[in-house]
Structures are given as C-alpha cells and as structure tokens.
Design a protein around this ligand. Sequence first.
Ligand code: NAP
Length: 377
Amino acid sequence: MQYRKFGKTNIEVSTLGFGCMRFPCIPDGNINEEEAIKQLRTAIDNGVNYLDTAYVYHNGKSEVVLGKALKDGYREKVYIADKLPTWSAHVYEDFEKLLDKQLERLQVEFIDFYLIHALNKGSFEKVKDLGIYKFIDKALMDGKIKHIGFSFHDNIETFKTIVDDYNWEFCQIQLNYMDEFNQAGLEGLYYAAAKDLAVIIMEPLLGGKLANIPPEPIKELWDLSEKKRTPAEWALTWLWDKPEVTVILSGMNSMEQLTENINIAGTIKPNSLSKEEKELINKVKIKYTELTKVGCTGCNYCVDCPKGINIPNIFSIYNEAYMYNALNTCSTHYTNSIKKENNASACIECKKCEKICPQVLNITQHLKDAHRELTSI
Ligand SMILES: NC(=O)c1ccc[n+]([C@@H]2O[C@H](COP(=O)([O-])OP(=O)(O)OC[C@H]3O[C@@H](n4cnc5c(N)ncnc54)[C@H](OP(=O)(O)O)[C@@H]3O)[C@@H](O)[C@H]2O)c1
C-alpha cells in the first residue's frame, strides 16, 4: 500500500480508502456482517487505514458493522471518517445528539475525520444558521472529533464559497474521468489542494459503471494501449496520477474488487501516466459521451411537466444504460426510484417541454423509447 500526507497534518493515510456505503448484503437487503467484517479486516491487514462511513449508510447499520470490525485491536490501526447528516438536524442540539449516536454505534471514543455530509448551497446556509461552526469547535474541544471537513454535491462556485468560509482541513468530492467538469470537478481538486486541504475522492468508478465490461467501441480504444489495464484500473490510475488527490474511496463489496484495488493502489504513484495514455483516456471519455442515446444536457428547462415527469433524470438513466453497458442496474434504478405516475409512460404528449427545449429534442418519442427499453428486462 502507498500513503500520502493528509493536508497540513503529519498524518500518513493509505491512498486507497474503504467506502462503507456498499457493503455486501444478504437477499433481504441487510448487511452480510461476516463477509463485510472479513473484507474490512483484509483491507486493514493489507495497509488500508482510511475507512469512510456515514450516519445514513445501510440505514445506520454501516457504522455498527464498522464498529464491530474494529474490535480486537483493529481500531488502533485505522482512521475513521464519518459524516453528520445535515438533513436530520433541525435545531442546534440535534448536531450533538447525532454525533453522540454515531460514537455509540461505532463504539469508539472519537472520530478521526468528521465531515458535514453532502453539502450544497441550501444545506450549507441551513447548517450555518443552526450554528454548525459553534458545534464543530465544541466537538473538537471535547475531543469527540479530531479533524473537520465536508463532502460536497453542487457546482464549483458553491464549492469555493464553502472552502473559503471556514478553516476546513479536508474536503470530499465526486471525481472520475467522466466528471472532470461536473460538480467540484478537477478545478475543485486543484482549488482545495492549493489551500493545503486534503482531498478525498468519492465515486471514482462512477458507482461502478466505469468498471463494467465496456461497450465494444470503448473496448477497442483501451485495446490500443500498449500497457493493458482493466477498466477499473484505468479509472483509478487517472486519479492517483494526480498528486493533489489524497485518498480514493471505493465502495468495494467483493474480495475480488478489494484485491484488485489494493494491487493497483500499491503500484500507482503521482505523474505515472504517459501523455499518450492521458490522450487515450480523453478519447474514451469522448466516445462514452457519443454513446448517449439522447443529447439532453440536463438544463432543466422542462422541469414543470404537467405530469411531474423529471425528463432530464429519465434521460440520464437511459443514457447511462447504454454508455456503461448498465441496462440491468439502470432499469432497476428507473423502476425503483421513479413513481409509476411520474415515469416516462405517464407522458400525455402535450409537447410543452419540446416548445422550450434548447436542444430541440423529440422528447415525447425519446420518453417512449426510454420507457420501452428500461422496462424491457
Ligand atoms: N456524499 C458523500 O459523502 C458520498 C457520496 C458517494 C460516495 N461516498 C463515499 O465514497 C465511497 C466511494 O464511492 P462509490 O462507492 O460510489 O465508489 P465507486 O468505486 O465509484 O463504486 C463502487 C462500485 O464499483 C464497483 N467496483 C469497485 N471496485 C471494483 C473493481 N476493482 N472492479 C470492478 N468493480 C468494482 C462495485 O460495483 P458492483 O457492486 O456493481 O460490482 C462497487 O459497488 C462510498 O462507498 C462512500 O463511502 C460518499
């Protein structure tokens, strides 16, 4: 395993972090505790010392299972990262109750790295109004948390505002070679690193989609490379190639994924990608974008559909199904995350959306195709 310095601290953290959001589960949806604990301890025995959980993961069970895995002397070998669920706080006192609950679930005295979870413009203003900085200062003073940061899901402007608003030690952003200009993106990585913040990466494989067996046109591009890598390896290498990246979190849920990611982490140093390899990854990124079915940019002009259909969301699920060979997962997501009365089949073809669509898309036809194909398996 390789290690990188954590921002302004002298702490050395493993470049691979264990994301505890996608533990292996049993058919009823509960965590397969035995297997999860085995995977966590295998990771730690192989040098992983950064473990990322949150209050909401696995309906609160992720923290409990992590706490169990850290018995028998494992706690002393690692740094725990945990996150405050901003949406569950309505008064100042909620912050303290939530943190105490997390310490209880984890069965630990303190949390090494504490994050304000999934901040965006609205939630940031809300927690500031509730006194988040007073809470952080008190929790640091009480020794319940050792270092403070935030995770983030909004645009670059909001990211810079939050970074500049407080003496944060680290931040956590979504980044992979398809999200270079999405959310905080590469600009956010460089902005935070330039201020000596440690930067933790989430969704390095776009939730697994970049690790899927790629569609043929993508495979043909990867095959051009002299150095042969797996799809997951290309995605993780693109990130570890950047010295500004401190830790990459991967939500691993099988020993195979764990073993592969540990092996890759052990070999990739900053600035290890050649110019040709970077150009190839860029070609792959462009090709993926060309594989989209609908040229929807997600501008959201069409959001007030009379049937409450979230058209950009449906098109992004539809596009990802074909871009990433992920028809199965995208169909499940389409069926489980969208109510019947708001899915694409609810379209009454009033064409209100088409009149304002800047891309002049044939939305009614695309919605028919999306529903047919996302419910075809
Ligand atoms: N707002 C936030 O703070 C926030 C948001 C998102 C994530 N996170 C944290 O960041 C962590 C990482 O994000 P993520 O879980 O989305 O990471 P990710 O690495 O992008 O996706 C994880 C998925 O990738 C697949 N995978 C991983 N390694 C693989 C390999 N070597 N080969 C093939 N497939 C592989 C698995 O998918 P299959 O199961 O399909 O095989 C796994 O479930 C999370 O676990 C969580 O701790 C935080």
